[in-house]
Every structure is written in structure tokens, then in C-alpha cells.
Design a protein. Sequence first.
Length: 616
Amino acid sequence: MNRQAPTRRRLLQAAAATVLAARGQAAAPQAADAAGRKVLRLLFNSTETSFDPARISDIYSRAVTAHIFEGLYAYDHLARPHRLVPQAAEGMPEVSADFRSWTIRIRRGIRFPDDPAFKGRARELQAHDFVYAIQRVVDPANISQIEADIAELHIVGLKEARDAALKGRQAFDYDRPIEGLRALDSHTLRIVLREPRPRLLYALARADQLGGQAREVVEFYGKDIGEHPVGTGPFRLKSWRRNSRIVLERNPFYRDVRYDAQPAPDDAEGQALLAQFKGRRLPMVDEVDISIIEEFQPEWLAFLGQEVDALAGDTGQLPSLFAPVAVPGGRLAPHLARRGVRAYRQLTPDVAFTYFNMDDPVVGGYDPAQVALRRAISLAYDTREELRQIRKGEGILAQSPLLPHTTGYEVGFKSEVSDYDPGRANALLDLYGFVDRDGDGWRERPDGSPLRLEVSTEPEQIYRAYNELMQKGLQRIGIRANFRIQQWPENLKAAEAGKLMIWSLGSAAGSPDGQSFLGWLYGPQAGNGNLARFKLPEYDRLYERAQVLPDGPERDALFLRAKRIAVAYMPYKVRVHRIFTDLVHPWVLGFRRPLFWQDWWHRVDIDLAVRARHMN
């Protein structure tokens, strides 16, 4: 058996523990306690915010709630391409020919776990729990991140219910009947829409944010509901130390759910996983123990020191800084292979991007000079250098807001947004009057006023590299910039209020439909999904038409037109679609990276005997 020399392993463990202790965190626990319980030890590389599904604003919190709550539908974990299957629903919905009426029956016998909110009564999941979950998303008091997405479903009567609370500045009336959102009986849900929505099931598969919620739990805990998530999923929250550690335990009231899937016949990996685990009761581990480790080096040391079982998933994959060490040339390094580590590399449905506030007087606007300014800034930024030096090759150039694995994404589509050409940028600026009038080496605006950008960023060390790269690009074209540093939540709040000029961040697809990313430019979503606050009537009409069409050539043509508009006006500079590498120790069995969903912890197993051998 090959394993790391004991002395070096102890040093690495000590180093990881020292860094964690310095951050006020305990080193991760052993993978099993004295009773032989299986503990899956993971890390998040950023902090969570809340476990209230209606108020979640980050992927880390979503990963937790996806394992606590259940949606009506879910994704087949092994199916590639994607496949939706019933989760809390008894079967697939009854759908009218015009895609406006959807009837869904809820599976009987699904129970919430015991909680003081239920006052000792057994509580079954029912249709009104899904009505309530949707109501909470549109309740103005919750400021939900997906309110715009739900509003665009055009559920009959839902907007009127929200408007009544907004106009009257009063509490949302959860008892007010909503014509298009009704529990016909305890286990039958009816959703009626004003317009066709052929892809409604994608919204109903968002267990992390639209899973069934018990109203009595939310009202019992009040403003503290984010600390007391109670759902019917495979795990429940055991303990939580903010920004430090999250522990989930097996939900003892979780019904008998068995591992099953339908991988493609030619999917060798998927077929092997199905053969290995088919029929196993879920979850296969007893606990999930998550440490919050925000800096790259301690993340890497924690994995090498076997303090975590995997660097895996959207919330804690291999830091790109260590990709040349772990997967040089895209292949697992020999020193890790000798230890039995497995590597999984995948182009993910996500994007890193920079947005320009279209309402900002410096970088916003639709006249040719302002469009030229944004395009020049885009051309001056060297995305290839970002890929080489910062991301260590872990990604590909992005060409549009459409993401890999989603509707509308085309491998062969090429646009100016990925170009690096300072010469062309300078020529554009000269042509439209952004010139140096006073001879100080910096350009002024066409009206002679100063041209100075304010770029928002975060304090973590990795962002310094991005800031330096942007600064170099701007200096090449004679534009000054200040970098305003705030924590990510503060930047997000300011972005939604339209108070930032330029900010860079990332986003990942929550479904296979590219429509949600076209929403980045949809006028009515300004300040929500549309952080750039882009507003163009032609684009809005195109977006609305794509919503009601079934998949096919006509809809594909609309997506192509939308991508060209996005590139022409440049409210966003999309930069990179990331390649994530997941590293898994040999005692973790059954891992496969999800595409559009967050729940996978209950579908992996821990081989305690293998782990014990490697730890000795």
C-alpha cells in the first residue's frame, strides 16, 4: 500500500490545524466516532449566509438547504444529459396542451422531523407547504433572490398578492386565496399560469429554495428561521457555528428512499455507479461535517492532511492556484495517485463576469460613445492572462452569457467579448472623443470632464491578482480607476441597489435552460438578476417570446439574437467558464459532480476500513 510518510502527514495535519485554529476554527473531526458512524467531512471556501430558503443569497447556503428540504421534482443524479424525476411529487404532472395548467399530486407518507414548532404532533408534508414556499419567495419582506424568476412564471393572482403588500406597506397576506396557486386537497397542487411556460418543472426542481416548508415552523421561529431549517430531506441541521462549521445529521424521519438512476447506456461511469449502489438506502452517511476555510493554502493543506475527505462540488473544489500541483496538464499528479486520490475534471455551467451599471453616468448609457467606452474596457482586459496566471488553465474563454450544458450555448460561437486588443481599444476611445486634453497621460470624457472608474472588489488575497490585471489593462488605454474594497455581501447589496459602477463576480446555472441567463439583460429584472440594469425594448420583447416557446429552431434563433445584442451593447463582459477539478480520497465512494443541482452528499458512502488503513 502506498501512502504518505507518517512524518510528512503529521506536519501537514499540524499545518492545517494551525491555520484553522488561527481563524477560530477547530480541525475537522475523525470520519467516524466510537460507534462507527460515517461522517463525510467537507469544506466550503466561502461563508454561508442563512438557511432560510426564501432569503438565501449564496450557493453555500443553498448546498445545505438542498439536503434539508425536498422539491416536487429533482434531477436524476447519474443521467447525462439531464433528466427530471419526481421527488416529493407522486409522479410527473398533468399538463394542459397550452402549458398553462399544471396539476401535481404529492407523495403520501412524507414526514417532517420532530420539532418544537409542531407541538408534539406528527406532521405530514402536504400540498399547501409548496404553496407557502412560493408565497414566501414573493413576500416583499423576504427580499428573495429568486423573486423575479418566480414572478416571470406569471402564476395567476400571485403578482396581485405581492402588490397588495407593497402598495399597502403591510404584511403579506398568506391567507389570501391565489387563483393560480392552490392546494385542491391535502395532496394535490394546482398551478395556473397567465402565459405558457413549457419548462415550469425546472423551477419546481429547486429544492434548495422552493422545497416544501411548514408555515408553523416559520412563524414559530420568526426572525430566527434562518437558523432553524426544518424540511423533509435526508439530513437535518445538527449544529452551526457561523462562518466556521456546519454539521448535518441523518434525518431519522426520512422515508425509505433507495439509490436509483437511469444513466445512459454508453455511460460507463454512470452504469458502474448504478451497479454498485442500486437499492442502497439513502443517505449512506450518518453526518456531514463542513468546515469554512476561505483561504486557498489551508484548504489544500486540509485535504493533503486528510482532515477533509474531498475537495468537491461547487462549494469546495480544488483551488485553481493548486491545479498545477494536483493535476498538471489536466492529469492527476503521481504523488496523489499513489495515495489513491481520484480526480474529476468538468467544464461547469457557470461563468465569471464583470458588469457595468447602465444607469451610471460614467460607464452606462446607450449612445455610441458610451457603448464604445465599455467595449474598449473589455478589449483592454486580458482574459487569456487571467486563465493562464490566475486560474492556472482551469477554464475556457466565455463568448456570451449562455453557459455550457444549457439551452442556447454553442461551442462554435465566437464574439468580441473574449478579444484582447488594446490597440483597437485605444482607437475606439480616440474615435469617440475620450482623449487626453490636459496632457497628464489620462483620458477625459468627450465633454472634457474627468474619466475615472470605480471598480468594486473584495478583500481576499485572490482578488488582488484580478485587480492588478484590470489595472494594467486600463493603464494601457489611459483610463484611471479606483478600487473600492468591501465584503461580498455588502457589494451584493449595493449592486442590487444600483450603487456600484463596475463589479466582477460569478454565477452558476440552476437549470438546463439558458433563459435565466438571458434574464441578465431583461429590463423588468433590473436590480435583481439584471445587475447591469440593462433596458432595451427590442431585447425585452425577444426575451418574453423565448419564454413561451417550446424548445426548437425558432427559440434557438431568438437565443442567437439575444447573444449578439449582449455583445454589441456590452453591459457585461463575460470572461471565463470555469473547469472545476474535484479531488476525492479513496475511502469516499460514489462521487459524481452534479450539473444543475446541489444535493449529492446523501449519495456517497464512506469506507471506514479503507480510511483507517490510509490514516495509519
